[in-house]
Write a protein that binds this ligand. Structure first.
Ligand SMILES: NC(=O)c1ccc[n+]([C@@H]2O[C@H](COP(=O)([O-])OP(=O)(O)OC[C@H]3O[C@@H](n4cnc5c(N)ncnc54)[C@H](OP(=O)(O)O)[C@@H]3O)[C@@H](O)[C@H]2O)c1
Length: 313
C-alpha cells in the first residue's frame, strides 16, 4: 500500500509471508572503498533502511564496516535494516553457492541477509577470476549448470535460515517465469534496471500478478547520457512541485509500485534522495505517457558482463 504522505517509508510485502522490503533503497556500487563506507553510514543516518551490495562490487566489506559503526553507535538496529547481496556468475555451481554466501556474510559482518539474489542468469567458468576470458577476450561461460540448479542451492539457504528471501537480478520475463513456475520457494524479488526511460511495464505487471516485488536499479539513470534528470518533462514537473529532478524520478518509481535503488557518494544528495514526497496524479500520467525515450544504460542482461563495473579481476 502506498501512503502518499509517507512515501519514503513505503514498505512492500515479500511473498515469503514474514517480511517487507523498504521501497526506497540505497545501492553501494561505489568504486572507492572509503567513499563506500562513508556513504553506507550516511545513508543509514539519513533514514535509508534498505542496502544493496554484491560480491562482484567488491564493497561488502566496506558496507559491513559502515553498518557496524552505525549499529554500535546505537543509532539503528541490525533488524531494522534490509540487507541484500548477490551471488556472482562464477559461483553458479550448487556446491559453490554456500561458500560464496558465507564469504559474503563474513565480509558484511552479519549472521543473515534479508535477500540473496542471483546476480545474473549467466554462469561463468567457476573459479576465483570474476571475469574469465579466453585468448580472444571472449567471456568463458559455464554450460554445466542451469539457473534452476543454482536456484535450488539458494532455496537450501532459505531452508537453513541463512537468508530470508531469494530473488533474481538482470533477468527478462522469460527467465522469471521459468524459475517462478519450477521453484519450490518462489522468487520474492526481481532486480532490474528501470527508470522512466525503461519502465519495464510488462515485467512489472507479471511481478505484480505473481506477488513478486520489482526492484528498479539505476533509478536515476546512472548519470548516463541521455540524462534522465535533464529530461524536459521531469524538469518541468520538478519546477512545478518544488522538488529536484532526482526526487521526481524516485517518487515516480515508488508511486507506480516498485522498490528502487539509488546511489550517491555525495552527502547532500543522500539527504536529497531520502527527502521525497508523492507526485500529483497529472505528473505521474505525464511521465508514464509523454516520455517516449527508451534507453537501456546497462547491457548486463544480454551477456552477464556488468555494464557499470570497470573490468577487473
Ligand atoms: N544487478 C545489477 O546488475 C546492477 C547494476 C547496476 C546497479 N545495481 C545496484 O543498483 C544501485 C543503484 O544503481 P545506480 O548506481 O545506477 O543508481 P543511480 O542512482 O541511477 O545512479 C547513480 C549516479 O547518480 C548520481 N546521483 C545520485 N543522486 C543524485 C541526485 N540527487 N542528483 C543528481 N545526480 C545524482 C550519482 O552521482 P554521485 O555519486 O557523484 O553523487 C551517481 O553517479 C547500485 O549501487 C547497485 O547497488 C545493480
Amino acid at each position: 500500500m502506498i501512503d502518499s504522505a509517507n512515501l519514503r517509508y513505503t514498505k512492500l510485502p515479500l511473498n515469503n509471508g514474514s517480511s517487507f522490503i523498504p521501497a526506497l533503497g540505497f545501492g553501494t556500487l561505489i568504486p572507492d572503498p572509503v567513499a563506500t563506507r562513508m556513504a553506507t553510514k550516511a545513508a543509514l543516518e539519513a533514514g535509508f533502511r534498505a542496502l544493496d551490495t554484491a560480491e562482484r562490487y567488491g564493497t561488502e566489506k566496506e558496507v559491513g564496516e559502515g553498518m557496524k559503526e552505525v549499529f554500535e553507535a546505537g543509532k539503528v538496529k541490525r533488524e531494522d535494516v534490509f540487507v541484500a547481496t548477490k551471488l556472482w556468475n562464477t559461483n553458479h555451481r550448487p556446491e559453490r553457492v554456500k561458500p560464496a554466501f558465507e564469504a559474503s556474510l563474513k565480509k558484511l559482518q552479519v549472521d543473515y541477509v534479508d535477500l540473496y539474489l542471483i546476480h545474473t542468469p549467466f554462469a561463468f567458468q567457476p573459479g576465483d577470476v570474476h571475469d574469465p576470458r579466453d585468448a580472444n577476450g571472449k567471456v568463458i561461460y559455464d554450460t554445466g549448470v542451469t539457473l534452476l540448479d543454482t536456484w535450488g542451492a539458494l532455496e537450501q539457504l532459505v531452508m537453513e535460515g541463512k537468508c530470508k528471501a531469494i530473488g533474481l537480478s538482470d533477468v527478462g520475463i522469460a527467465r522469471v517465469k521459468e524459475i517462478f513456475e519450477a521453484a519450490s520457494i518462489k522468487p520474492a524479488l526481481v532486480h532490474v534496471e528501470s527508470h522512466p526511460y525503461l519502465p519495464e511495464w510488462e515485467l512489472l505487471a507479471y511481478c505484480r500478478a505473481n506477488g513478486i516485488v520489482l526492484q528498479a536499479f539505476a533509478a536515476l539513470g546512472h548519470s548516463s547520457e541521455p540524462n534522465l534528470l535533464a529530461d524536459p518533462i521531469i524538469t518541468a514537473i520538478a519546477n512545478r512541485v518544488g522538488k529536484t529532478p532526482a526526487q521526481v524520478a524516485l517518487a515516480w518509481a515508488i508511486q507506480r509500485g516498485t522498490a528502487l535503488l539509488t546511489t550517491t557518494k555525495t552527502p547532500g544528495r543522500i539527504q536529497e534522495n531520502f527527502d521525497i514526497s508523492a507526485l500529483p496524479e497529472d505528473a505521474m500520467r505525464e511521465i508514464n505517457e509523454e516520455i517516449k525515450s527508451q534507453v537501456r544504460f546497462n547491457s548486463v542482461v544480454e551477456t552477464g558482463v556488468p555494464g557499470f563495473i570497470p573490468r577487473a579481476k
